[in-house]
Design a protein around this ligand. Structure first.
Ligand SMILES: O=C(O)CCC(=O)C(=O)O
Ligand SMILES: [Fe+2]
Length: 457
C-alpha cells in the first residue's frame, strides 16, 4: 500500500521534473581533475568540501580500517535496507551497518538504524565474535582520527574566511563594528566547531558493482552509474560535518591511466559527485576516490549542496562519520529490520524489551482514558476537550500502524531471507486477552468521532 506523498514531497518532485524537462536531452557540464577549471571551481564554489588523499593518513590506520571492513563483511554484518521513498518500498543497492555510541540511532529514508556499539569508555557491550568487537574498536579509532582532522579543517576554513573578509575593503566607520560579517564562524566558535565534529555514529556502506547490474544512470550530468543517488544527508545536527573514509578494493596494478581523449569521469574509478542544489549554472564536480582517500563536508555544505556516489569497477566500502540527532520512533523500526542486530551484538535486547514494557503500559493508559471519555456524567465541555486531544493522537497511531503493517507485508519484504524478514511488532490478534485494546483502531476512531459530534457546543 502506498502512502500519499506530503505536499512538500510533491512540490519537490514537481520542481525536480521541471528541472529535468528544462534540460531536455542536454547534459549539464561537470568537471573532473582532467579539466583546467577543476581546482579553481572547487575553491570558488565548493570551498567547504575537503579531500585528504590516502598518503596523508597513517599507514597503520589504513591497514586496520581496511581489515575491519573485510571482517564485518565476512561475518555478514552489512545489510541492504528496505527503505521507503515517496511511498515506495525499495531495497538499497548498497549494504550498510551503523556503528557508534551505545544507544544511538540514525534515521535515513524513513528507516532507523540502530548502532552496533563501539567500545567508548564505560561501555559494557558484548559481541558475538571477538573479530566483530575488534572491528568496532577500529572504527572508533578512525572516528577519533577523523574528528581531529575535521576540527583542523574547520579551523583552516575559518582562517581562510577571515582572510577573505579582511581582504575586502570595508567602508564603514568605527560606529559599525564588523561583527558577524555573514561568516558562520563568529564569536564562540571553538565550542561550535567541536560539537559539529563530535561524530557519534558511522554508517558503513558496501557495494560490489559486479553483483549489482541494475544501477541507475546519473540523470543531470551524465556522470554514469550511481551507487547512491543525489541526496543531502538527513537528520544531522545543524551545520555538523560529515567525514568519509573510502576504501575501493582496487589492486594497485589495475589503476587505469587517465586517457585525456576520453570525456568525463573514468567509469572504472569510484567518484563522489557534488552539485549545488537547484543550480544549473555552476558545473558539478566528480572527484575520484582512490583506496584510502578521505573527504569531508564541512559546515553547511551538506545543506546547500547535494552529493552522490558514482560506481567504479571494484567492490568498495566507505565509513561515513556523522553527528546524528536524537529522535524517537524506535520499536517498529527495530523489529522491521528482522533479527539482523543479533548477528553482531545483544546490546539492543534489553532496551527494546524495556521500551516494549513501557509501550504496553501506554496501551493500558490509553484504554483508561477511553473509559473516561465514554463515562456518563462528565461535563460536556470537559468531554469535548478530552475527545479532541485523544482523537488526534489515536488517529495518528492508527495511521502509523497501518503504514508499518503495509511496509512489513510489501512484496519486496517477502523476498528477504528469513533473518532479515520484517517483523510487525508490536502486533496482536483481535480478542487477545492480554491486550486492553485492539491493534486495529479503526472502530475506536469512528466511535470517538461520533462522540465528539455529540459534544459539539
Ligand atoms: O560512500 C560515500 O562516499 C558516501 C555515501 C553517502 O553519501 C551516504 O551514505 O550518505
Ligand atoms: Fe550521503
Amino acid at each position: 500500500m502506498k502512502r500519499t506523498p506530503t505536499a512538500e514531497e510533491r512540490e519537490r518532485e514537481a520542481k525536480k521534473l521541471r528541472l529535468l524537462e528544462e534540460l531536455e536531452d542536454t547534459w549539464l557540464p561537470y568537471l573532473t581533475p582532467k579539466d583546467d577549471e577543476f581546482y579553481q571551481q572547487w575553491q570558488l564554489k565548493y570551498p567547504k568540501l575537503i579531500l585528504r588523499e590516502a598518503a596523508s593518513v597513517p599507514e597503520l590506520l589504513h591497514k586496520e580500517v581496511q581489515q575491519a571492513f573485510l571482517t564485518l563483511h565476512k561475518h555478514g554484518c552489512l545489510f541492504r535496507d528496505l527503505v521507503r521513498i515517496q511511498g515506495k518500498d525499495l531495497l538499497t543497492p548498497v549494504s550498510r551497518i551503523l556503528i557508534g555510541n551505545p544507544g544511538c540511532t540514525y534515521k535515513y529514508l524513513n528507516t532507523r538504524l540502530f548502532t552496533v556499539p563501539w567500545p567508548v569508555k564505560g561501555s559494557d557491550a558484548k559481541y558475538n565474535e571477538a573479530e566483530i568487537a575488534a572491528a568496532c574498536q577500529t572504527f572508533l579509532k578512525l572516528n577519533s582520527y577523523l574528528q581531529v582532522e575535521t576540527i583542523q579543517a574547520l579551523e583552516e576554513l575559518a582562517a581562510k574566511e577571515k582572510a577573505n573578509i579582511d581582504a575586502v575593503p570595508v567602508c564603514i566607520g568605527p560606529d559599525f563594528p564588523r561583527v558577524g560579517m555573514g561568516s558562520s564562524f563568529d564569536g564562540h566558535d571553538e565550542i561550535d566547531m567541536k560539537n559539529r565534529a563530535a561524530y557519534n555514529v558511522t554508517l558503513l556502506n558496501f557495494m560490489d558493482p559486479q553483483k549489482m547490474p541494475y544501477l541507475k544512470e546519473e540523470p543531470y550530468f551524465g556522470m554514469g552509474k550511481m551507487a547512491v543517488s543525489w541526496h543531502h544527508d538527513e537528520n544531522l545536527v545543524d551545520r555538523s560535518a560529515v567525514a568519509v573514509y573510502s576504501y575501493s578494493c582496487e589492486g594497485p596494478e589495475e589503476e587505469s591511466e587517465d586517457d585525456p581523449q576520453l570525456e568525463g569521469r573514468d567509469p572504472d574509478i569510484w567518484h563522489v559527485g557534488f552539485k549545488i542544489s537547484w543550480d544549473i549554472e555552476t558545473p558539478g564536480l566528480a572527484i575520484p576516490l582512490h583506496q584510502g582517500d578521505c573527504y569531508f563536508m564541512l559546515d553547511d555544505l551538506n545543506a546547500t549542496h547535494q552529493h552522490c556516489v558514482l560506481a567504479g569497477l571494484p567492490p568498495r566500502f566507505s565509513s561515513t562519520h556523522r553527528v546524528a540527532e536524537v529522535e524517537f520512533e524506535w520499536l517498529r523500526q527495530f523489529w522491521f529490520q528482522g533479527s539482523r542486530y543479533k548477528k553482531c551484538t545483544d546490546w539492543w535486547c534489553q532496551p527494546m524489551s524495556q521500551l516494549e514494557e513501557m509501550w504496553r503500559k501506554m496501551e493500558w493508559l490509553t484504554s483508561a482514558v477511553l473509559r473516561e471519555v465514554r463515562r456518563e456524567g462528565v461535563p460536556m465541555e470537559q468531554k469535548n476537550e478530552m475527545l479532541t486531544s485523544i482523537l488526534a493522537s489515536i488517529t495518528t497511531r492508527q495511521n502509523l500502524r497501518r503504514e508499518w503493517h503495509a511496509r512489513c507485508q510489501s512484496r519486496i519484504a517477502r523476498t528477504l531471507p528469513a533473518d532479515q524478514k520484517p517483523e510487525c511488532r508490536p502486533y496482536w490478534e483481535k480478542g487477545d486477552p492480554s491486550m486492553p485494546l485492539p491493534f486495529d483502531l479503526t472502530e475506536i476512531v469512528s466511535e470517538l468521532r461520533g462522540l465528539l459530534l455529540e459534544t459539539r457546543p
